[in-house]
Design a protein around this ligand. Structure first.
Ligand code: F6R
Length: 248
């Protein structure tokens, strides 16, 4: 695992966008796993800039998003479908058939089949070359909350109270936040060739320390699922100074 500490979020974004851009330039087909949240916004902004100013084309890019809230329509302002269109897809030339964002609107009994089909589509695309992920304050990757394991595949999950609290501001309070989500499993993320984890800001400093330096957490990774990333042979972590501020 390689850890880089950048000055701030925009430097993190420019490193990560360079890596993603290079993969897109180099591959005939680039298969990416993408997150939402506040952390990747500067990276998407930089990718959009590279598309507009440096002719970075998304025509041969296949993307699979990590997760989506259950119960939100795709055009709901807090849905991850809306987020991705708003921050990335409406600005670049990705082909709609190559963009996969989990659907949060299905009836409960449809998710088993839906999730195994999503996983199948990843395999049929040739597997994830890069999984870009953020980290939640519970140690979640995607919505793989404590209790998740490295064997988990895509499924419907319950969100941790800390995660719900962190989202409450955008939903007019705790009660308004969806309590369940559909998420790629950690097993799916760990199948990616290269995992890039990004974390910025002081509010991530504690969980970043736990993820990178806490020996106890390493002994029981299910309590802080990000710790499972230590099993993978090609993980790059980009932090800004604030997120890295508690590291030894
Ligand atoms: C979102 C996702 C989550 C976020 C994490 C950090 O698609 O998968 O795991 O990456 O909750 O969110 P931010 O970036 O908002 O701090």
């Amino acid at each position: 695992m390689h850890v880089f500490i950048a000055d701030g979020p925009s430097e993190v974004a420019s490193f990560v966008a360079q890596i993603i851009g290079k993969t897109i330039f180099d591959k005939t087909l680039a298969v990416l796993c993408l997150p939402t949240g506040s952390t990747p916004i500067p990276t998407y902004k930089e990718l959009v800039r590279m598309h507009k100013e440096e002719k970075l084309s998304f025509a041969n890019v296949v993307t699979f998003n990590l997760d989506e809230y259950i119960g939100l329509d795709k055009d709901h302002k807090e849905s991850y479908n809306y987020f991705m269109n708003h921050h990335l897809y409406q600005h670049v030339d990705a082909k709609p058939e190559n963009v996969h964002i989990p659907d949060g609107t299905l009836p409960n009994d449809k998710y088993e089949e839906y999730c195994s089909n999503y996983e199948k589509q990843i395999v049929e695309a040739g597997g994830l070359q890069i999984a870009l992920v953020g980290i939640g304050r519970t140690g979640h990757i995607g919505f793989n909350e404590p209790g998740s394991t490295d064997k988990d595949r895509m499924r419907v999950v319950h969100l941790h109270d800390v995660t719900i609290k962190d989202a409450a501001g955008s939903f007019g309070g705790f009660e308004g936040v969806p309590k369940t989500a559909v998420t790629m499993g950690l097993g799916t993320v760990l199948d990616a060739k290269h995992i890039i984890l990004i974390a910025t800001g002081k509010n991530k400093a504690e969980i970043v320390k736990k993820f990178l330096e806490d020996e106890e957490a390493r002994k029981s990774p299910t309590d802080c699922p990000a710790v499972y990333l230590h099993e993978h042979e090609h993980v790059t972590v980009f932090l800004d100074k604030d997120a890295a501020s508690l590291l030894e």
